[in-house]
Design a protein. Structure first.
Lengths: 156, 156, 156, 156, 156
């Protein structure tokens, strides 16, 4: 039985954690989920390390940085810390961030956040249970939350 | 009995540490507080690690970077170090920074610094004693020091 | 017998991993290959650390960041994490990134990605099996994917 | 008996290390000083770690980055490394940098560098021997080398 | 007998490693040299860590980042990794980078790269064998590859 940690924030304006949980459960079985919520994205790396030390095999983290320049800096710091925590424990951290500026209105933002959370939940599941599915799709231009870019296929 | 470390700076122009201490004590019981003061925000990560090694379960750090471009770089370096210290010890570091440029006059700056310090003190308390309160408010657009952004709720 | 880890992404729009594998095998013998695929470049550092802990002597990682400003930040975070993972294990990580903006059309991008993947595969092989080949070419302005810049040779 | 490490550079154009040493000695007793000089600010973090491993309780580092954009990057890298070294050893690193561009002429630069070195020496002494002095001045807007900004005090 | 590691790249357009080796040998005796060559500057940190683990007491690394914005990012990542490797092992890493954009033509670039490599070789030697020479020149505005800036000396 695997354990998946899911961490989200009170800063985000969409309950991305809930969408991720629902999609994870729909993906299959063989795992339990531990959910944690922290104030902001900069609190995610510590929560991840704690979950890893408590037995999690993978963490899915979700956050929604704001529009300001400073929010981009915070996201950069959070990402750096998440990679550090993952490398330290040698366990995957699937980062799902949606920037408020990525959508033009509240409805699109909600839609984007939901879709990205769900698709990253599928990535998390694949990393743990279906690594060959990922390799089969290597270099195919997959995107999360937006239309896939697709593979560049040349007539040879 | 938990131990909370509170670290602030002589650089800040508002006694944010005092506001944080007062609010922490008002939040509840079950913890002791260790307060430290360092010259500037770049000294915070070491103070945090020292407090963790001395038994602190969480650190609340408070700082007020100046308006110059260089101050933003310092804040970035401090934040990176704080995340590193937190991940290393697997203990939460609640960062409360107020940039001097966030308010237009001294009075607003004092008000903002106080309110943010108090609200981050509440976050610190919740992380240690009421994690479910945070999860209940996941994705609801909470802010510290400013009006909450609120959750995006769609009519479906 | 050496072990080489090859990690690529589903985000990339060209199957760079395949080109790298083929070229590696054409370089010589004396090694086995473990291939992993992760969603995006920020997932590479953890995959690398895992492969190192599982016995890989070198990892070759391939990715294709997009055109947006944010993609550059992601590439920076990934690179920082890859260097961290390499230093931690004291094992080489050969990074092969192609930015979507480096080529003007799909065909050129495919060509660039293939050539760079192949030339970095050769670098990986040289690092493990022919370090003297690298020293012989020290300071000669080699490039991967583009024309070599060449050594500056002065008439003295 | 405490040990204080003082590290400066041959790159700096003012002998900040000398000013720091003199002021440290004037602050009080109970400590010995180890001085090291490295070529540039990016060599400071290693020197600090070495001094810590050799028994130093605190390091005071002094440097003078140039005016170019690249010098700012070097200062950022040095600062990041200094924070890393400090957190690793859980010992304070007092960083005293003066950017050449902070003053308009050589005389002002010399004056600024001297004053900042002396005031940071006082901070170093306080961190080791008089932590309560720092807490007493928490949030009072202290600056090093320039006029203090002062505390924001509101009529209530 | 000390051991000095020298690492350069096939990316550089000048054989800086050779210039460094020649100058090192001219500096004195009491050390052996291990030379390694890697593809690019981002491969330097791992090579350094490997040399340290194999007994090197100091590493001198040489690289020549290109003119593009991306090359500056790579140099920043390499420098960060080099500082990390040095702090981890508590051994000096003397970084000698020449940016292609620092000189206007090939001849000047070759001259600059040679002179900087030689002067950093002297720094490396001094760090290991003549630390007092460095302290004697503290705050005197030394530069490598360019004219020294010199100390600011005030009439008092």
């Amino acid at each position: 039985m695997k354990k998946i940690g899911v961490v989200d924030t009170t800063f985000a304006r969409v309950d991305m954690g809930r969408y991720a949980l629902d999609r994870l459960k729909a993906c299959g079985t063989g795992f339990t989920i531990e959910r944690r919520t922290v104030p902001g994205i900069k609190d995610l790396p510590v929560a991840v390390r704690k979950l890893f030390l408590a037995g999690a095999d993978l963490c899915l983290v979700l956050g929604m940085p704001g529009k300001a320049e400073y929010d981009k800096v915070c996201a950069h710091e959070a990402s750096t810390g998440l990679i550090f925590a993952g490398v330290l424990e040698a366990k995957p951290v699937v980062e799902c961030f949606v920037f408020e500026g990525e959508a033009n209105d509240a409805k699109s933002l909600e839609h984007l956040a939901r879709r990205r959370a769900e698709e990253h939940a599928e990535n998390a599941y694949a990393l743990l249970f279906r690594p060959d599915d990922l390799t089969r799709r290597a270099g195919t231009g997959l995107r999360q939350g937006f239309e896939d870019a697709g593979a560049i296929r040349l007539a040879r």
